[in-house]
Design a protein. Structure first.
Length: 404
């Protein structure tokens, strides 16, 4: 018997392969990160990954800021004037060797940040679960919770020379739009309050600008600044802004902000590949207790057997010199200490002069009301007593029966 090959089999295989490829493509798209790497930004992302994971704070990298993949030299130099003099000497050598005399903007120095970044990763363990929950509940990508690695390395008490404060580095004007920021309470230092504020701001940036590269860059540069740049270069592509928008305020930090964010997300979500022996700090679980009346700090410490150091570590929004906790503030406390503080707050409220005056006034009003009722109904006391007895009897019968 002769064998005749079935020509339909190859066609079937082609169809099946096409279906498989389409399905794989659809799965890849579904799993695609919401944070794309724009063409042309790849070298900048790789540069910041090296700064955060390879180079220590004793090393200075001299590179081309317009082409971060081009590293001229890596040298060791201490901080301070001596180190700066060493860097300037090396810079002059590079300018001469690479013939950059007419374009010194093509060389910049950056100190390594491995130790600071590693410490930030450790500290993030205290807050990351709660922070990601905040972003998730806001309908935002949870990777945004890693942005403080760029801003402050999760230092809640960080303060920039420009006046930005906290792990999210809010300026006073912006912070007041989303949080309480005054001399008594500065929620920019509160990890969760500032995270909720950051989520609102980032969500608003995304709504206005339409994509994450611009929305995240706007966190550093502001939405108004982004719109000025878009109008100038006639494009809303981040790389067009980086290459074409020349402004004194849209400098190296703003142009690299999104690349730094992409780098920290890559590191933090693959931490075992970069820091295989990292031990993050234990997660901090705190509950909030609203302060109804001004309450002395010492009363809180005594009632819950807390140390002053622990209390202010859990409540960094309060200045460490605070003597009285202001009304409206929400204290952060370990769950097993909450009941004791609430009880102390109730006792303090009952003992307050205002509370005693109000209680006496209320009692006086009740006595006056009772006297008036007695005078008005002085011939009906017996009838009222009988009526009350009848109502109580009805209530007991109803409780004992089904629906009668």
């Amino acid at each position: 018997m002769s064998y005749t090959p079935n020509k339909s089999i190859p066609r079937l295989l082609v169809v099946l392969f096409s279906l498989f490829a389409c399905a794989a493509g659809a799965t890849a798209d579904a799993q695609q990160s919401p944070f794309p790497v724009p063409a042309g930004l790849e070298d900048a992302v790789q540069f910041w990954k090296r700064i955060f994971t390879r180079y220590s704070s004793t090393q200075v990298v001299l590179f081309d800021p317009l082409d971060p993949g081009k590293i001229y030299a890596v040298m060791r130099a201490p901080e301070g004037e001596q180190g700066q003099a060493m860097v300037e000497k090396e810079r002059a050598r590079i300018v001469a060797d690479y013939d950059l005399g007419d374009d010194e903007s093509r060389i910049r120095s950056q100190r390594g940040g491995k130790e600071q970044f590693l410490e930030g990763l450790k500290i993030s363990g205290r807050y990351m679960t709660q922070m990601q929950k905040i972003f998730r509940e806001a309908g935002l990508p949870v990777e945004l919770a890693y942005l403080p690695l760029v801003e402050s390395s999760f230092n809640v008490r960080a303060r920039s020379n420009a006046g930005a404060v906290g792990m999210w580095q809010f300026m006073p004007e912006t912070g007041k739009k989303f949080m309480r920021v005054d001399t008594a309470v500065d929620e920019r230092r509160d990890p969760m309050a500032s995270t909720r504020a950051a989520a609102r701001l980032l969500k608003e940036n995304y709504r206005i600008l339409g994509n994450w590269p611009l929305a995240i860059t706007a966190y550093n540069h502001g939405t108004e600044g982004m719109f000025r740049g878009i109008k100038t270069v006639e494009s809303d592509a981040l790389m067009d802004l980086i290459r074409g928008y020349q402004s004194p305020v849209f400098g190296f930090a703003s142009k690299n902000f999104y690349a730094e964010f992409l780098a920290v997300v890559e590191i933090a979500t693959n931490v075992d590949s970069y820091f295989p022996f990292l031990w993050p700090h234990r997660a901090v679980t705190l509950q909030e207790v609203a302060v109804r009346l001004h309450m002395p700090v010492q009363a809180v410490l005594k009632s819950a057997a807390l140390t002053q150091r622990d209390f202010f570590e859990w409540n960094p929004a309060l200045p460490p010199t605070t003597k009285v906790i202001p009304t409206g503030y929400r204290m952060k406390l370990p769950p097993h200490k909450v009941d004791a503080v609430i009880s102390a707050q109730k006792r303090a409220g009952a003992a307050a002069p205002g509370a005693k005056t109000a209680s006496a006034a209320k009692a006086g009003a009740e006595r006056g009301k009772s006297a008036k009722t007695t005078v008005k109904n002085r011939g009906s006391v017996t009838a009222t007593a009988k009526s009350s007895t009848k109502l109580v009897s009805r209530g007991r019968n109803r409780a004992a029966g089904s629906n009668s």
